[in-house]
Write a protein that binds this ligand. Structure first.
Ligand code: PLP
Length: 454
């Protein structure tokens, strides 16, 4: 265990991301000291299966030695350089070549950034730049969705359709239109089929577009599966219909693949699983297995051509970050992509995901505290409810999801609760018996919580 003062320092100095500050002052941090494959260890020596791969990031677990070696080698060779003003570096070129090879936009250009938020901000700026380039600068508004999470920068937060991301920040959401959350379980109506629900969402969105005026709307951004919004798998047929509607009104479709990219949904990208072609997409997290902060935006050639002409007219494309194409981050990401091919992440996500979802359904689908078990690929969510018949949730102040999350840790697994939804997103290197262990521990943690509530 770290000396007590380490905890005290964290409690007195650290303003944590997405954490209740006052609770942190009381409870202190969970200090993670080491990683071993799918396991992490805290400073007291407790070992956990990391069932969320950190923050949907560590696709290859927590101490992959090839990634460590790639970083070390690049640190020793060239630890820093930039990509402004025509500069490039070899790892960055290696990475974009590999990314283009798996891109579902075959003819593409790649912009590099450092986080999912930066990549999403960049997609919006690229959409505006493109619209200006084609003589439509009035197309400014962006469509997002209730329940979406797109990051924590000003634009990322504004795009996010989650109230806690806006509350007390005085966010200006005037130019954002929030479409309905595509969650059949919570938003579908009595007697409505999944397909009819998708049709209704599209019809509602079209009304929204017509009221705002298609000429005022640049783009729509969407996660193929909403992650932080509660692992929301879209209804059957939703994305192809959405793509058609946006084409009709000359609105770009930007896919946020920050969680879904690199195999998570059982294909390289979520857009392939849900059968749509985006105009651009963002990736981060899994791009480097979360080992280095790196992100990218992949843009269709059609958009790129207009953007390049506009950048040329302006004398420069006035966008980019000091660490875009950072050589060490790029070397690690390039190595991660090589490993993804070698271990067949797509095949693993399909096979292990099917096992995980079946095990979750088997253990929990009829549980009195579980409303829905959902998922796709190696990604799943378990929604807790107070009443299965009415789908009534627990009161927020009861913090039932947080109680289950704590009970999970006591049983040796780490999951993430988003309100009363528990998310599972394990590293691809998890083995079948470890999936069984993970699901069994979650079941027991829910049972522990049920006992403590009764
Ligand atoms: N988009 C999605 C779908 C995410 O889940 C996240 C982070 O969780 C982001 C964007 C923001 O990424 P970052 O925290 O790297 O800025």
């Amino acid at each position: 265990m770290l000396h007590n003062s380490a905890r005290a320092i964290d409690m007195s100095l650290h303003l944590h991301s997405q954490t209740d500050p006052r609770r942190h002052e009381q409870d202190g941090p969970l200090i993670i000291s080491g990683g071993d494959g799918i396991y992490v260890r805290d400073d007291a020596g407790n070992r956990y299966i990391e069932g969320m791969a950190g923050l949907w990031t560590a696709s290859l677990g927590f101490n992959d030695q090839r990634l460590a070696a790639a970083a070390a080698a690049q640190f020793a060779k060239l630890a820093n350089y930039h990509t402004f003003n025509h500069r490039s570096n070899e790892p960055c070129i290696d990475l974009i070549e590999q990314l283009a090879a798996v891109s579902p936009i075959p003819d593409c250009r790649i912009f590099l950034a450092n986080s999912g938020s930066e990549a999403n901000d960049s997609m919006i700026k690229l959409a505006w730049y493109y619209q200006a380039a084609r003589g439509k600068p009035g197309k400014r508004r962006i469509i997002s969705r209730n329940g979406a999470f797109h990051g924590s920068t000003v634009m990322g937060a504004v795009l996010s359709g989650l109230p806690h991301m806006h509350r007390s920040f005085g966010m200006n959401t005037d130019d954002i239109l929030y479409a309905g959350k595509p969650h059949f379980y919570s938003e579908g109506r009595e007697g409505e089929s999944e397909e009819a629900f998708a049709d209704r969402l599209i019809a509602e969105l079209e009304r929204m577009i017509l009221v705002a005026g298609p000429d005022t709307i640049a783009a729509m951004i969407a996660e193929p599966v909403m992650g932080a919004g509660g692992v929301i798998v879209p209804p059957q047929g939703y994305f192809p219909k959405l793509r058609k509607l946006l084409d009709k009104h000359d609105i770009l479709l930007l896919a946020d693949e920050v969680v879904c990219g690199f195999g998570r949904t059982g294909n390289w990208f979520g857009s392939q699983t849900f059968d749509f072609k985006p105009d651009m997409f963002s990736v981060a997290k899994g791009l480097s297995s979360g080992y280095m902060p790196i992100a990218a935006v992949v843009v269709s050639d059609a958009l790129y051509q207009s953007i390049a002409d506009e950048g040329h007219r302006n004398g420069v494309f006035g966008h980019g970050f000091t660490y875009s194409g950072h050589p060490v981050a790029s070397a690690v990401a390039a190595e991660a992509l090589r490993i993804y091919h070698e271990i067949d992440v797509v095949g693993r996500a399909r096979a292990l995901g099917a096992q995980m979802l079946a095990a979750l359904r088997n253990a929990l689908a009829d549980h009195p505290m579980v409303g829905e078990v959902r998922g796709v690929g190696l990604l799943a969510g378990v929604e807790l409810v107070a009443d299965r018949r009415t789908k009534q949730g627990f009161p927020a102040e009861a913090r039932v999801g947080a109680q289950v999350e704590r009970a999970c840790r006591q049983r040796g697994i780490i999951l993430r609760n988003m309100g009363d939804v528990l998310a599972l997103c394990p590293p691809y290197i998890i083995e079948p018996d470890q999936i069984d262990e993970l699901v069994r521990a979650l079941f027991l943690a829910i049972e522990d919580t049920r006992e403590s509530l009764s």
